[in-house]
Write a protein that binds this ligand. Structure first.
Ligand code: HEM
Length: 399
């Protein structure tokens, strides 16, 4: 095989994981970062299942955690986790989601109307970014027209592109990145503080109003908890779904015959999306902390040690998936861990699946001869835990 460039390594990470898995086995101690890395399916699945041994609580265990850092249900353990999660599960039940179907289809059509005559589009900028942002903005009850701001904020928080700081010393760099992170958090908090104040005055039929009136054991959420919820849903729900849709087209670029099969058999779209989730996982890694001294994969793990479970590697583990390097849109079983597992299993998984299914179905219905525009660059997202392309230009013929 031809040696791949750094850019290609970012776009084809499972090949790097295969090399790491073969070289280190299921576990490796990262001595630079001073944490453990897990590569195999069984152990990634285990750390996600055993929440009583592997904590999500970064405020309690992380040596880098600062008071103002972001804390939500994602990094909270039971019993508080269960209480916080129960407040928003209502918004993601099959019944609530069924009501969103016509709106998701309408938004997808509108976004495609804007580009159809051009014969070309950027899957990320023109569709897979705006669609989930508009949906979550409408669920939360904030104006979708503010989406350009949401994009800037998500990019800062998730992708952290600080190339202009690259020449700095490591300590100064980390300090500056944290400052930038804080500034972005503050901008988001200011935005949502205004919305929350408005909804306190005039409640509406939206998720923010519902969260304001919700109670846990007789107590309302604090202002900070409300802000954290908004930030979690805005960031967790967007960039990930953007990349699921984008990653589907990266897979089709490599396997155009799959896209043609889906065009003829749209009923295969859900199982094809599961394979996209496995083959090119939008979230590549999930972290946990050991709550006590324990043994994992024959290694002694100390209390408080950070353990990174590589989802992208687990999803390509040959012990779990036959022929894992094959992109098979009818793979069955396909028990990937792309939405996590256990008590923190992604709350938005049904919404992400629904949006991607509708968007892909409509694209295949309306656009013929879809091809990646190979004359344009394919820049990868630079992130240690999010995987996808920053921009994905395609050409097509409209019906
Ligand atoms: C949790 C992935 C879409 C909201 C998670 C986790 C993963 C994940 C891996 C577990 C993290 C952990 O165990 O520490 C994804 C992927 C998505 C997606 C790959 C799209 C393809 C969404 C959407 C929403 C959402 C659309 C909401 C609108 C959440 C929330 C949690 C979560 C609230 C925390 C659940 C908890 O802690 O109990 N997601 N997600 N996600 N996700 Fe998603």
């Amino acid at each position: 095989m031809e040696p791949r460039s750094l850019q290609d390594q970012l776009l084809y990470p499972h090949e790097c994981f295969t090399i790491l898995r073969e070289a280190h086995g299921p576990i490796m101690y990262n001595s630079d970062g001073r944490f453990w890395e897990i590569f195999d399916y069984e152990d990634v699945h285990y750390i996600l299942t055993k929440h009583e041994l592997f904590s999500s609580d970064s405020a309690k265990y992380s040596r880098d955690f600062e008071d103002q850092d972001f804390q939500s249900m994602l990094n909270t353990d039971p019993p508080r986790h269960r209480q916080l999660r129960s407040l928003v599960t209502q918004a993601f039940t099959p019944r609530s989601l069924a009501q969103l179907i016509p709106r998701i289809a309408e938004i997808t059509h509108e976004l495609l109307d804007d580009v159809e005559a051009r014969g070309s589009m950027d899957v990320i900028y023109d569709l897979s970014f705006p669609l989930p942002v508009i949906v979550i903005a409408e669920l939360l009850g904030v104006p979708a027209k503010d989406r350009a701001r949401f994009k800037v904020w998500s990019d800062e928080l998730v992708m952290g592109e600080y190339s202009e700081l690259a020449s700095m010393e490591r300590e100064a760099y980390i300090r500056r990145v944290r400052e930038r992170f804080r500034e972005t958090r503050e901008a988001i908090n200011n935005y949502f503080r205004d919305v929350i104040a408005q909804r306190r005055r005039e409640p509406r039929q939206d998720l923010i109003s519902a969260l304001i009136s919700a109670q846990i054991d007789g107590d309302h959420l604090t202002e900070q908890e409300l802000l954290n919820f908004c930030l979690l849903l805005l960031v967790a729900g967007n960039i990930t779904t953007t990349n699921l849709i984008g990653n589907a087209f990266l897979c089709f670029d490599e396997h155009p015959e799959s896209m043609e099969r889906l065009r003829r058999n749209p009923e295969l779209i859900p199982s094809a999306l599961e394979e996209v989730l496995r083959y090119r996982s939008p979230v590549t890694a999930i972290g946990r902390f050991a709550v006590e001294d324990l043994v994992l994969c024959d290694q002694k793990i100390g209390k408080g040690d950070f353990i990174l479970g590589w989802v992208a590697s687990a999803n390509h583990d040959p012990a779990q998936f036959s022929d894992p390097g094959m992109f098979d849109i009818e793979r069955n079983p396909n028990r990937h861990v792309s939405f996590g597992h256990g008590i923190h299993f992604c709350l938005g998984a049904p919404l992400a699946r629904l949006e991607a299914k509708i968007a892909l179905g409509i694209m295949l219905e309306r656009l013929e001869d879809i091809r990646r525009d190979r004359a344009q660059p394919l820049p990868p997202v630079h992130s240690s835990f999010i995987y996808g392309a920053k921009s994905l230009p395609i050409t097509f013929a409209a019906h």
